[in-house]
Design a protein around this ligand. Sequence first.
Ligand SMILES: NC(=O)c1ccc[n+]([C@@H]2O[C@H](COP(=O)([O-])OP(=O)(O)OC[C@H]3O[C@@H](n4cnc5c(N)ncnc54)[C@H](OP(=O)(O)O)[C@@H]3O)[C@@H](O)[C@H]2O)c1
Length: 424
Amino acid sequence: MWSCVARPTTTWPPVTSAERTFRVGLLGCGTVGAAFEQLLPRHAARVQAITGLRPAISGVLTRAGGAFEAILEDSDLIVELLGGIEPAREYVMRAMDAGRHVVTANKQLLSQYGEELWQLARERGVQLRFEGAVAGVVPVVRVLQESLAGASIDRVHGIVNGTTNFILTEMERTGMTFAQALEEAQRLGYAEADPSEDVDGRDAAAKMAILARLAFDTPVHLSQVHYEGIELIQPDDLEYARELGLGLKLLGTAERLEDGLSVRVHPAFLYPGHPLAAVHGPFNAVTVESDAITEITMSGPGAGGPQTASAVLGDVISAMIPPASTPPTSKNLEIVQDVVSAFYLHLEVADQPGVLAQVAQVLALQAVSVKSVVQKGLGDQARLVMVVHPVLESRFHAAMDLIAGLDVMRAPPRAIRVLEEEFG
Ligand SMILES: NC(=O)c1ccc[n+]([C@@H]2O[C@H](COP(=O)([O-])OP(=O)(O)OC[C@H]3O[C@@H](n4cnc5c(N)ncnc54)[C@H](OP(=O)(O)O)[C@@H]3O)[C@@H](O)[C@H]2O)c1
């Protein structure tokens, strides 16, 4: 772990008076901030060759020291790496209000206050860049904002949380329980001491809100993103699903539907040909689909101090070159909650004749049709594992409620969505 000392406003490293300096005020010096502080001087000469300006840290704010007002006064650009909402929001607003460019990696802030921040950036003619906020070093923000600005995007799928992808990979690979795989992730530094926002899907939901806003030109607030986590995934689900040719991911989806836009995060099984099925361990990946481009997948390390710091530095360098801004949204698509999904269904049932017929009858009542089914085990181990064709989720949940009430059920039913498209 890097270390950095909170400093007031003396340019660091010292520069000669002949050099024209671009002063970077750094707010926060934890995992990412400390790595950024180490990285910047190593690239300063190269950046100077490109831009004519030598970037240098002009002040650092931590809880241990530094004063925001003084750092602001002595900066051309503010890098916000505090995390959380306040005081990050206040400092970012004040920096832009004072005409400073801002670079941040703060997904919680942007997924809840993005619209007012982007508006202020436009009003003040400054840049607010945030590549590090989504999928770490994978340059998906830039690709959506710039490279794909001319494409009409239909859907974005993302594995945008490395912690959960590592846990699911370990569970699939070794047969570990969720708790064991989480412990392993913490031991290896892929999960924080408090991993709740990662494993319950909220971290991924914040990133998907930002991606959806960029891809669909519609304001999307974190509160509009439906999210489910991976805490309830059982090893035997993964084992049975493998027999059906399926692998599990915590999948973020933002897609244009006839009646609006759906943005959601939940575990989903993928068939092996899907471009995201091969993304294992702590990696992130995002697939963008559009008529014009067919499909583009970008993948790479999703987090980590040095990795995120390199995305932040890329933003700082971009801000030093010509202006780019996040334009106001021009659409206001309805956010849709009830979407069509296929499901994997795991039922622990009594080992007696007629059980499958009862379940099939309930499913038929809600127009849920079965694609494949396997019967496993005997006696107390008897199970029905099936995949059903895509159906409106409200109908499926109604069928699940009815199934849960059947006398033949020995445990509550378990269901996980299945991505239907077969690629390749
Ligand atoms: N870590 C990653 O891999 C990663 C990846 C992508 C994006 N991000 C984002 O990057 C940002 C920073 O993450 P991080 O992992 O570097 O966080 P961190 O390790 O917790 O560091 C936060 C830093 O901000 C300081 N700080 C927090 N509140 C403060 C306050 N009120 N006043 C002054 N200083 C304050 C902390 O000081 P103390 O140490 O004294 O508390 C610490 O130096 C977050 O928005 C995070 O979501 C992180």
